[in-house]
Design a protein around this ligand. Sequence first.
Ligand code: MN3
Length: 252
Amino acid sequence: MGNPHNRSRRNFLQHAAKAGLAVTTAGIVPAVFESCTPAKVVSATMKDPIGFDQTPLPYAYNALEPVIDAATMELHYSKHAAAYAKNLKEAVEAEAKSVGTLEALLSSVSKYSPKLRNNGGGHYNHELFWKTMKPAGEGKASGSLLSAIEGTFGSFDTFKTQFSDAAKTRFGSGWAWLYMNGDKKLKITSTPNQDNTLMDLNPEKGFPLLGLDVWEHAYYLKYQNRRPEYVENWWKVVNWEAVQTRFMNAMG
Ligand code: MN3
C-alpha cells in the first residue's frame, strides 16, 4: 500500500485534470464550480490567495468599534481563529501534506477527516472575514461589483436584505455568504459550522466573495442574543474594496 498522502495528491491531480483545472508548478489554480461537469468550471486566479498561516489582523482589535468591540475581536482572532490555524496545520501534516493550495484542499475536503474540514474551513473563513472588514467601510459596493449585485438582486438594498436574512436565519453556528457560482452568477447562501462554498460536500458551490460569521463567539459579548442587531451593524464595517478585488479575480 502506497503512501496515502501521495495517493490523495495523485487522485486529486487526476480529478483536477479531468475537470479541466490548470495544474501549474505554482500549485493548482483555484476553481469554482456549480457542479462537477467540466463545462461549468471557472478558474479564479487569486492575486492574494488565503494560505495556511494565520496572517496579522489588518487593523487593531478596537478598530471596528463600536460595531465589533475590542474584547470580542481579540478573543476571536487570538484564540478562536488561532486555534483553527493550528489545528489545520496538524491535520494537513497528518493527512494532506502534498496538497497545493488551501482552496484546492477545500474543494476536495470530502476525502479528509472532520478535523481537516472543520479547521480548514474555520481558518479560511476567518482569514476572509478579517480581510473583508475595515474601520469605516464604504457602506456600499461600487463599480462592476455594484452593477453585478444590482443586476442579480434588483437593488443593493434587496441584496442586503437577502444576505441579512440568510445570516439571521442560519440555525445555530455558521456563516452567511455572497459567492460566485460556476456560471459567474452571484448567489447568497448560508452554511453550518465552518463549511463554505468551496467545499465539494456543500450543496451550493462557488467562490466566496464575502462571508459573515454568525457563531455566538463573533458577537455575544456585545450583542448577547441580538444576532439581528449585530448583522445590521456589521454592514458598516464591510470592506467593499476587498470584496471587489475577489469579484474581479473570480470573473477572470
Ligand atoms: Mn468565528
